[in-house]
Design a protein around this ligand. Sequence first.
Ligand code: PLP
Length: 229
Amino acid sequence: MMGSGIGENLSRLRGEVLAAAVKAGRDPADIKIIAVTKGVPVGRMLEAVREGITDLGENRVQELLAKQPRFGPEVRWHLIGHLQTNKVKSVVGRVRLIHSLDSWRLACEIDRRSREAGVVSEVLVQVNVSGEDTKHGLAPAEVQDFIKSALELPGISVRGLMTVAPLVEDPEEARPVFRELKRLFDSIREAVPSVPMAYLSMGMTNDYRVAVEEGSNILRVGAAIFGAR
Ligand SMILES: *Cc1c(COP(=O)(O)O)cnc(C)c1O
């Protein structure tokens, strides 16, 4: 467990993000921290919100829906874990951003349910940069065509890319993965300018400093805020 004080953990985290941004010549204001709250009780989540957290990330639809009524409309919710098509209906309209669009079938279902609900769902395309079998996400080579095709789905708006780096001892080993995702992000923005790509969601507790240096603007951080799971 890291220090149990959420406020203390958050100030340490913000300090580290600031330092990494400055080191990389970036504006720290461009980098959003999402507090990842899987398995975290609502009381501790509320404490994080009191300490200035505005964005909460959950892996599972069930857990998100169970916790959401305890928070006000000022909190923005992010679905960061794999989304099954049969859960799409219950999550559409309830989250600010779905980070885990990883198949065409899922894109079609989010589109359909969003149109039914009269909303446009903002999504990130999850990319399996490292190519690990255990990871969800599109292969990098598929992403540009996928995003072009998604322009034809009026119920979804692709706002950027997301990846989960391999769990490695030395965060430096994640750097090539982040660099590759940033390169892909830039090339798609240039090739398909009609897509309002703005977000690059990469970096977790172990590797967020490296992710900031490589251009991330959304960090998904759990353990460094709430302690080890
Ligand atoms: C759990 C999780 C995180 C946060 O991981 P920490 O190591 O606790 O910071 C970020 N992204 C995804 C997709 C996760 O499942």
